[in-house]
Design a protein. Sequence first.
Length: 106
Amino acid sequence: MTRQFLISALLSFASVSAFAQGPAIFVGADLQLGAKLIADNQCVACHQGKVGGDGSAIYKPAGRINTPGALRGMIEQCNMELNLALFPEEVTAISAVLNRDHYRFK
Ligand code: HEC
């Protein structure tokens, strides 16, 4: 039990520190702002309506969104289509959070 906890703690530490470098285009992104914007713009609510569950099944890292640039481009497209009027750094912040939590591009 203790050993298993230690191993999983080590593993999660390893993946967190591996991610800390992250894709270059997300370096310095404001993750707190990104999370807030995702909550404020009904992103998850709408995705849940489409795919059920917690809505995260809409994010497909192995699909056509397969690079950090494509992820950011997709958010920019939503920004226009949904008329969200997000600033470029807000688009980056949202993308960085989705990458951290779902896509995990290096
Ligand atoms: C009105 C409904 C709606 C809202 C609001 C919405 N989305 Fe989506 N989103 C969708 C649908 C539908 C798809 C699937 C499109 C497809 O697969 O062609 C999608 C797909 C995506 C994808 C691509 C998933 C993938 O890997 O292919 C991303 C990223 C995404 N949305 C992010 C967001 C973010 C961030 C927000 C909030 C700022 C948002 N969406 C708001 C409906 C919505």
